[in-house]
Design a protein around this ligand. Structure first.
Ligand code: PLP
Length: 423
């Protein structure tokens, strides 16, 4: 495909000379030093290859290199970004969402917490102890008090502890921003959003949903008792979803959405350099980041054209494959005598059986290294005592367990589960 011709650019092909080509060859050689992320044998961290169409759209757009900060720098891609945000908003049930793409989940969460603080200067952030570390760190950046809420055994937020914290804040005449995680990074646990909404109403708290990892599962065939928490996203004040996790995008694509478009007023600022070309909204007027790649918006837009966000559509089927993969691996592991946690999404946690936490941890770590030598790549996780259902002697405070994120449809494969489960 001749991109430059399609884009009406002047040069017939990339003007690379022999020196450039030599450097690219050297780069290609250096890039070999990686795990096999595209293969099903990589089942470790939250990494999955982008859709080829997304890569092509990203690359094609990069020939123009638009900047979605202002319409000055990216008219076409700003319009595409608004379309992508509308699609994400419709998916979570926001009728008039205000939002934008970000470089990733961390910045998206920072913006959501910043808006929460702009809405109420007394706000205190409450988040599950298993929430992504970004929340305590970004609260520190913002100078907002942060309180960690204990979890129950399945890794979701303890709602009794949450209510106790809310009561105390009410006494102190402060309001909370409750960070609800739909799919924790470590265990894939789902906070009970549907039950948190009435608490937030009773205590006049704000709800921010960190669905950076799990958000797209609203389209999947989850058990109804899990799905209801995803469907409750419509009741939140803000939601973060990362298209560069389950949305098939190259890195550099997170998203933050606000239910109330009026909250865009907090971003208002003047720029002596930009915003003169049009009276229409420039995305830089509602973002904290200035320059942002228009190519990221183009890639997401193209992906949404091909794989629209529909329940039972092809995109949803890919997520269902991941859910089935997690169930399949769980059953295979149990059958072979492993201790396994029941997965809520597509993240599996398992451990060898044993007596002492220190010894079991050492065996799990050795297993992880052995599997890597077989080119089968898993991950490890420190499972705290309160989240561990197995009887053992706690001679160390946490248990190192094996973790596997089954994000790719290719993970839905019984041969792979057998290979993982083999001691
Ligand atoms: C639940 C959750 N929130 C936030 C983040 C941070 O997102 P990013 O790595 O895109 O900055 C992650 C990353 O794994 C995550 O799982």
């Amino acid at each position: 495909m001749d991109w430059t011709h399609l884009l009406n650019l002047e040069f017939p092909q990339l003007p690379l000379d022999a020196e450039d080509e030599a450097i690219l060859k050297e780069l290609a050689r250096k890039l070999q030093d990686n795990y096999p992320y595209h293969s099903a044998d990589y089942a470790g961290q939250m990494i999955k290859p982008p859709l080829p169409l997304a890569q092509a759209a990203h690359w094609m757009t990069s020939f123009i290199n638009p900047n979605n900060h202002a319409l000055d720098g990216g008219r076409a891609t700003s319009a595409l970004e608004l379309e992508t945000v509308a699609a994400l908003g419709a998916m979570v049930g926001f009728s008039r969402p205000l939002g934008h793409l970000t470089s990733g989940g961390t910045t998206a969460n920072l913006e959501a917490l910043w808006v929460a603080r702009q809405c109420d200067a007394t706000t205190v952030v409450l988040a599950n102890e298993h929430a992504h570390y970004t929340h305590s760190r970004m609260s520190e950046v913002l100078g907002v008090p942060f309180q960690s809420v204990p979890s129950i055994e399945d890794g979701s937020m303890n709602l009794i502890a949450l209510e106790t914290a809310l009561k105390q804040l009410q006494k102190d005449e402060k309001r909370a921003t409750i960070v609800v995680t739909l799919g924790t990074t470590g265990m894939g646990a789902v906070d009970a959003l549907d039950d948190i909404v009435p608490l937030a109403i009773a205590y006049q708290a704000r709800i921010h949903v960190d669905a950076a990892y799990g958000g797209y599962f609203i389209l999947a065939d989850l058990p109804l008792n899990t799905l209801r928490h995803f469907n409750a996203m419509a009741a939140a004040d803000s939601v973060v979803i990362d298209p560069h996790k389950h949305g098939l995008q190259p890195y550099g694509c997170g998203a933050v959405l606000f239910k109330n478009p009026e909250e865009g007023r907090f971003y208002k600022h003047d720029s002596p350099y930009t915003y003169f070309t049009s009276d229409q909204l420039h995305l830089g007027e509602i973002t904290l980041e200035c320059s942002r790649a228009g190519a990221a918006a183009a890639a997401l837009w193209a992906t949404q054209q091909r794989l629209p966000y529909q329940r039972s559509g092809i995109f949803a089927q890919r997520l269902n494959d991941s859910l089935e993969a997690a169930k399949g691996l769980t059953n295979t592991l149990s059958g072979k005598g492993w201790w396994v946690l029941e997965p809520e999404l597509d993240i599996c946690i398992f451990s060898m059986q044993g007596a002492k936490a220190s010894e079991i941890s050492a065996h799990n770590s050795a297993f992880f290294k052995r599997k890597a030598k077989e080119n089968l790549h898993l991950a490890l996780f420190s499972l705290p005592q309160q989240n561990c259902p197995w009887e053992l002697d706690w001679d160390v405070p946490s248990l190192t367990v094996v973790r596997s994120v089954l994000m790719k449809p290719e993970h839905n494969d019984a041969t792979l589960w057998e290979r993982i489960a083999q001691h």
